[in-house]
Structure formats: structure tokens, C-alpha cells
Design a protein around this ligand. Sequence first.
Ligand code: FES
Ligand SMILES: [Fe+2]
Length: 446
Amino acid sequence: MASRRTSQRATAVDPPVDRVEVEEVTPKEAEEKQNYSWDQQWYPVLPLSMLEGSGPEPIKLLNRDLVLWKDDSGEWVCTGGICPHRLAPLARGRVQNGQLMCRFHGWCFKGDGLCAKVPMAEGDDKAEKRLIGTACSKLDSYPTKVRKGLLFVWPHADSAAAAQSEPFVAEELSESPNWSVFDAPASWRVWLEQSWDPSHAPFLHQYALPNFSPELAYPMEPFQVEDLGDEGLSAVHGGYMQSNKGMTAQRRFAPPCANSTSYLYPDGRIVGFNFYFVPLEEGKVRQITTSYFVPSPQQASQKSNLSGNMMQMSKVVLKGRTVGSTDQPKDLRESLVVSLKRRACEKWPELGRIRRGLKIQQLLQGLIGDQDNTVLSFQDSVGLPAVRSGRLRQPQVSQRYGGPATEYLLETPADELVARFGSWVQQRGGGPFGRKEGAGPFASRG
Ligand code: FES
Ligand SMILES: [Fe+2]
């Protein structure tokens, strides 16, 4: 049962800043929350559109080396990616006859992970008895599900729990959204924090989009936050720069790694963003993203070529024009994308050799992602460790939001979601890489 916690702000003048009333948590409740299992969750790993043939495709997830491949059922399965014989990477092997064959000495594995063949053991009863279909030679195998074009992996052997659980995918998305993927060298923690922190956009992302600039920023009003227990957090907030003044944003952290956000503008337009920050390994995430645009009623009535009320857009605006948005006819959108691809390939010829094809939105999304990375990777590698070690200063408890001491100074309404996110994760054991020694609510790069 999800516990609820809502901001209530005091009117007293002392202390000088408002405080959130935090519900009392009994030791038993605290212990139950700590039982949140970070590996018994669904994590998206790749869109199906980016998987080729039958694999094998290597992935990292929660520090594990895994491999995706199609077994004889024709479905994508996920197994451990290290051969039990001599530890060769199974991603260098090949799939034949619905089995994964190791490149080093040809051991073959089935989709359930059991070893089916050891070429050097044929005719050797003793070796075959020891190795074929036995626990000692079995690869770990992990449940998979496909939802809205994404392949999800449950990085735990308990398939019964996986069958009863559904991956989080925003309901409003179409059945096959246009997903973008890029891997980023910063932790799950700081990436999710930045997604809970809209106020950084006009500063860090200045000039990435025409309406992002420090001059256009203004202080945020307090958020309305709801704690959904193990279902995460939801928040409603208003604008933070002139171009989104008057809008109402719904922001949701859906554990273990999703942020689903929509902006509703006064004229009825909706822009939605869906992000996953998949914890590949400590200090590295895979960002899987899609976005959508719903025109205002007036825009919709003016456009005869709209095929539906909700259209996918390709995420990034170029000089005020959205590439692939609903306000251009389909053939124009396509020609724009083709022309942008051609120009990009002329400038960077190696882009033309990308095996999975060049997605223009991935290129453009990279600009904003790079801006994030410049700060986030610094936080990870320099800022947070410096506070934890005491070299910079001691961790601080927020006067406004209470909670555990953190590496940050979270004292404005715009900081509330980062503070709440930190408390949520702290209560559940420190994030996907667990709690480690040190100061702060995470004390881990996870
Ligand atoms: S290491 Fe895989 S078969 Fe030898
Ligand atoms: Fe950002």
C-alpha cells in the first residue's frame, strides 16, 4: 500500500524558511521500505528497432555483463554474457539453430541458459554428464518482456515475480514510439536528479533551444508533491522561464529509472517527455527517450493533415521549427530529415557508417545530453566525493526540506524534487548499486 506524504507549509516566521512536515516513520515501516528490491524490477535495455538479426547483443545492466539473443522460440532472451568454460565474452559468439555458441571453444547454450553441447566432450560420458544440462555450466537467464517497442529485462532469476509485474511505460504513448538511445558517462543518481530539476534548463541548456536563456528564467513556485510509496513520486509544478509561463507540468518518477513528464500550456497544447535512465554500471547510464506533442484545439482545427490528436515529434527544435512536428506536411517532414541527414553526413562522414542508421533526433538530442554530461560527470567524479570525504565541506541538512544530510544545498522551492528524490532513494536502500560507506543519502555513484 503506497504511503502518502504531501507538502504542508507552515506560516510561522521562525524558522525563517518554510519546512515540509515529514511523516513519522516507525522502525518497522523503515525496514519494510528498505526491502525494496532494485534487481527485481523491469529495466528497458534497447528498442526492438535497434536489435538486429538474432544477436548476440551485449548489454550491461546493474554491473552485470549480459547478452541478448533470439533462441528457438524466435523471442529475444537475456542470459549471462560470460562463458562458464574459460570466461570468454558470449557476445563474440553466434546464434545458430536457436542456441548461442561461444566463439572460444564452441560450447552451445539454450535460451534457458542450460549448456546443450560441448564439442570437446562428445563421446566422453564423464565430461558430458558433468557439463550438459547441469547447474555448473548453466548461464544465468533473465525474464524479458516487450512493451511499446522496448525490450525490458528483469535482472533477477525470480521469474514468478517478473510475470506478476509490469514494466512502467507511459500509457499515453503510441504502441511504437520513436525511441532514441544514448549512453552517458554519469550515474543513475545524477541523471535522475537533473530530470527532477527543470530549473536548470534555461541556464545549462542556454541556446540549445531558442527559448532557453538565463535572462528568461524566473523563480519557481512551490511544487505539489505526492509520495506514491514503491510506485515513486509525482509532482505538479508551474513554469520556470518566460516561454512556459502559465503552463502546468505533471512530473512522475516511476522506479526504478523512469521520468514521465507532460507540460500543459494555457492554449491546450501538451508536450510530453519520457525518459529512462538505465543503470548500466556505476557511473554510466543508458538514456532511452521519446517525446510527443498534442496540438492545441485551435492548432488542430487549422491542420487538415493531422491524422490524429496526438502526434509524435522528433524531440528537438531547430531554430524555432520542430523537425517532424505536426505543423508540416508529411513529405516535407521527411525531406527535411533526409536533407539534415545528408548534410550531417557530409560534415561528419563517419556518421554514414553507423550500422543502425542515423537518427537525426539522436544527433540533436546529443547536444542537450552533452550539456548535461559536462556537469553531471563532474558531480559524480569530483563534487560528490569531495563532500563525502570532507575536503569541500560537510554534508548539509536542508533547512527547508529536512531529510538526511546530503552533498547539496537544497533551499529553494526549485530544489524540492531533488530533495524528495534523495529521501525516497535513501529510504529504499541507496539506489540500484546499494548503499555504501560514506556520507550523504546515496553514498554511492549508483
Ligand atoms: S570459453 Fe567458451 S567455450 Fe571455452
Ligand atoms: Fe538537462
